[in-house]
Write a protein that binds this ligand. Structure first.
Ligand code: HEC
Length: 469
């Protein structure tokens, strides 16, 4: 309430964060956390294969170096920028929740920053000193140790952030004692980490399998051998991913599971839930089948195009997983503490008593009057609904009401039905927070939505609204 409201009406604020964050996670898991240990392992295989008078097996080393080139370029550009982008977008859209998270995770974030900077320094040294590592066996051994250290640091950064993600879903005993340790060791933390770690390895494997295919020449021994090693890596990661997913699923609070169908497919497609679940199972099976064939049938000629399938499967799987994680936590942005509309649960009685606008620092109107009703309604919409809805863009509030009441073209929304719906909105759909304002604000919101429906335009600004306090 004490921050300005940033609102993107055409696409919605949720989508802005989602695009940046999902891209970041795919790069972080697929090309850093899971990928760097894999590259280090391939480098190590080359080192082991090196003959008496050579430092390493050149073909294997070149393959590891090429894989690392891809990871280096993408993680240090799009990876780093989307990382900062998550901060930018989430603090624009929901500064209050970022504020609360910083209060709880203050020290953890500081440590994370130190670990992250170390990771960046290590990745620079690891990649840029590759040529130098070829001069002696000692230099190569040192370089491999550097890769191992880098792998550990990139896992640690992820493992700190995962605690915060778990906390947002279920704050656990923190709600009672408010200590950092209680927040950090929230019930979802370790299960989610147990799932993400092998997931990252699997994603990295799928990507490396495709890249190794591109970087090696037809019928070469290294193509078959490296394919088998990477496929083995993936096959080892599969059971851990499935066990991790199950442990994690069992830890998700019961009420959130009810959000799953809408989380996976939106309301329009929730009846397709079963089909989408089958699609996810299909995607994972494809990954297993391709890895299995590459490993167990090394002489089988699999067309290159098939190597794209595990990558697409893993990207889709991880993308859907992130959407579900973000969605099922609703109506909360921080479990049982702060609703997704940025309002704290404990402050609701205050808003009911004084009205929402009275506490909204940046609202031009502090109280609903007959003259400012539409402007007040717009403010109430921004405060109570705009973190998830737009007026006319994606997930438009007008369309949602029209669809829910199955209106015919040109038919107007009914005021009383809407009022009644909004005042019990949390019972109608568990994923929406209760309406926070008073009776006059509810009326103003309904009038505003009706105005949007009939004119398609925002209300005229009040000439005096800014200077008449
Ligand atoms: C936490 C996010 C969130 C907030 C806050 C929120 N909504 Fe929603 N609302 C949703 C989602 C998500 C849907 C379903 C979208 C879909 O899948 O099509 C939805 C659906 C709806 C529907 C259609 C319900 C149905 O059963 O057909 C209406 C009406 C609605 N919202 C009105 C509102 C109003 C009015 C407010 C503000 C007082 C609001 N919502 C606040 C997330 C939210």
């Amino acid at each position: 309430m004490d921050f300005p409201i940033f609102h993107l009406d055409f696409m919605g604020d949720r989508l802005l964060i989602a695009i940046i964050a999902v891209l970041h996670v795919l790069i972080n898991h697929g090309l850093a956390v899971g990928f760097i240990p894999l590259v280090t392992w391939i480098e190590y295989i080359g080192f082991n294969k090196g003959g008496q008078n050579t430092v390493t097996h050149t073909e294997w080393d070149t393959l590891a170096h090429r894989l690392m080139t891809v990871a280096f370029i993408i993680t240090t550009t799009i990876g780093a920028m989307t990382g900062v982008g998550i901060w930018l977008s989430s603090s624009l859209v929901n500064p209050a929740s970022i504020g609360s998270l910083i209060r709880v995770f203050y020290g953890a974030w500081f440590v994370e920053w130190l670990v992250f900077v170390t990771e960046v320094v290590l990745i620079l040294i690891y990649y840029l000193s590759w040529k130098k590592s070829l001069v002696s066996v000692e230099a190569k051994a040192k370089h491999i140790r550097l890769g191992t250290a880098l792998s550990i640091f990139s896992w640690i950064t992820m493992s700190i952030i995962v605690s915060i993600l778990g906390f947002m879903m279920d704050s656990g005993s923190w709600a009672e004692n408010k200590t950092f340790v209680a927040g950090f060791s929230n019930p979802i933390y370790l299960p989610q980490l147990a799932f993400r770690t092998p997931l990252a390895a699997l994603m990295a494997g799928a990507l490396a399998l495709l890249l190794a295919r591109i970087f090696t020449s037809k019928n070469s021994e290294i193509r078959i051998e490296s394919g088998r090693k990477i496929a083995l890596w993936m096959l080892v990661a599969v059971p851990f991913t499935l066990i991790g997913a199950t442990v994690y699923y069992l830890r998700i609070p019961h009420l959130m599971i009810g959000n799953l169908p809408v989380a996976i497919g939106t309301m329009e497609f929730q009846s397709w839930y079963d089909l989408l679940v089958k699609f996810i199972i299909g995607a994972i099976s494809t990954v297993i089948i391709i890895a299995g064939l590459v490993y167990f049938r090394p002489n089988l000629k699999i067309p290159s195009a098939f190597y794209v399938l595990p990558v697409l499967g893993m990207l889709a799987f991880a993308g859907i997983f992130e959407r579900i994680r973000e969605f099922i936590r609703k109506p909360y942005v921080i479990g049982n503490y702060m609703y997704s509309n940025t309002l704290r649960k404990d402050d609701y009685p205050l808003y009911k008593r004084d009205g929402l606008l009275a506490h909204a620092t940046y609202s031009p109107v502090k109280e609903v009057t007959p003259e400012n009703r539409l402007i007040a309604g717009e403010q109430v919409f921004l405060l109570a609904c705009s973190r998830c809805h737009t007026t006319h863009g994606i997930n438009s509030v007008v369309e949602k009401f029209e669809d829910m009441y199955s209106l015919k073209p040109n038919e107007s929304l009914n005021k009383d039905l809407m009022k009644n719906y909004i005042s019990h909105i949390e019972n109608a759909r568990y994923f929406m927070p209760p309406f926070p304002g008073n009776e006059a604000e509810l009326e103003a919101l309904v009038a505003y939505i009706q105005h949007l429906q009939s004119t398609g335009l925002p209300p005229e600004p009040l000439e005096t609204s800014l200077n008449s306090k």
